[in-house]
Design a protein around this ligand. Structure first.
Ligand code: PLP
Length: 387
């Protein structure tokens, strides 16, 4: 395959070489079960313990507040269902219209079981209105679940203020931080967040490992019933290699946090500036100030995101579009619709998401290719007004 320029890091990330090295022994000679009584299993248990500590260090929490799961989706489902099970008389859940399906789907499913699910709206920049939350939260609310940062636009939500509103009303607060962890600093010990989801494959660990942070004292019923792993909070023999990998990835993320917020941010800004300069009728989606440092979502009016992606793909450039192909028709993403992005722009939205592995040369290559691609597609577009 030709050279790949990977700018789709909000979809998944390259596993860091140091992470692969860390996990390999646990796929090979160190295959013991960490729950075993013998010392062969015991050395594996030690690795699980070390990883738990490394993850806790990145999150600014205690190791016993970490529950290992299989992915971000499981963490989200476990937080939602596990909380509702402990508040059987409360029948309302509050979330937002721009959540990932890992939160939206389980919430919407609850409506079939008699729950009232309230989805907070966002403005055209993708920001929430906290007055709306204050108005709808009540004694019947079992859970508020709102993401830390949006996967399509990178917009960061005011989770501390949200948590403060929840705490004042005695309502547990969960946040899906799958896109935030490793990109922006967190200190859960001094925060109003009760539960937080993360996913290994978004921060240079492999797929198949996630975490649900649960603040000590938070009520949560186990989602997977089985053995007594994870202090009885999640049954199932641990994915030790994945856990070792995630521990290392978190350590590396802590070390590269400054780089993410300076070099990666400036690469993203450089890409944004160049794209806007060479592509007329293009605009950035989402609040440009209040955004993850790696994410750029741009709309190119009058053309479809999928066509742009296909043309970028010919140069080995990997990005993604917000559109989902449903029942043969290309629907703009629910995030773009919630933000009220006009139809002609929402269809042409493309997300570039960078990582510490991207270079200035790659950014300049993408910026050089995109102008002619957009120009060519507009020539072919039936939506472009001709003089
Ligand atoms: N939540 C957000 C915000 C995401 O971006 C994703 C994945 O794209 C998920 C949850 C799901 O994570 P996983 O793929 O680990 O299940």
């Amino acid at each position: 395959m030709n050279r790949v320029i990977y700018m789709d890091n909000n979809a998944t990330t390259k596993v860091d070489d140091a992470v692969i090295e860390e996990m390999m022994p646990y796929l090979g000679e160190l295959y013991g079960n960490p729950s075993s009584m013998h010392s062969f299993g015991g050395q594996v248990a030690k690795k699980v313990q070390q990883s738990r500590q490394r993850i806790a260090d990145l999150l600014g929490c205690d190791p016993d507040e970490i529950i290992f799961t299989s992915c971000g989706t499981e963490s989200d489902n476990a937080a939602i269902r596990g909380t509702l099970a402990t508040y059987p008389r409360r029948r309302k859940v509050i979330t937002s219209r721009v959540e990932h399906p890992a939160v939206l789907s389980p919430c919407r499913e609850l409506e079939h079981h008699g729950y009232q699910v309230y989805e907070l709206s966002v403005d055209k920049e993708g920001n929430l209105n906290l007055d709306e939350l204050a108005e709808v939260i009540d004694d019947n609310t079992a859970l508020v679940t709102i993401m830390y940062a949006n996967n399509e636009t990178g917009v960061i939500f005011p989770v501390e203020e949200i948590g403060a509103i929840c705490r004042a009303r005695g309502v547990p607060f969960h946040t899906d931080a799958v896109q935030a962890v490793g990109k922006i600093p967190l200190t859960l010990r001094r925060s109003n967040i009760d539960m937080l989801s993360l996913s290994g494959h978004k921060l240079h660990a492999p797929k198949g490992i996630g975490v649900l942070y649960v603040r000590r004292g938070t009520r949560l019923a186990p989602f997977l019933l089985g053995g007594h792993q994870e202090a009885g909070r999640r049954g199932g023999t641990e994915n030790v290699a994945g856990i070792a990998a995630l521990g290392k990835a978190c350590q590396l993320a802590a070390d590269s946090m400054d780089d993410e917020n300076t070099r990666v941010r400036s690469l993203r800004d450089r890409l944004e500036e160049k794209i806007l300069a060479v592509c007329p009728d293009s605009m950035v989606n989402g609040d440009r100030e209040n955004r993850l440092p790696n994410t750029l979502n741009v709309s190119f009016e009058f053309i479809e995101g999928e066509s742009i992606l296909m043309m970028l793909n010919q140069y080995g450039i990997c990005a993604s579009s917000g559109s989902a192909c449903t029942s043969g028709s290309l629907e703009p993403s629910h995030v773009m619709r919630a933000m009220g992005v006009p139809f002609t722009a929402a269809h042409g939205s493309v997300r570039f998401s960078l990582s510490r592995f991207n270079t200035e040369e790659e950014v300049d290559f993408v910026a050089q290719k995109i102008g002619p691609i957009i120009h060519r597609l507009r020539e072919l577009s039936p939506f472009v007004k001709t003089a």
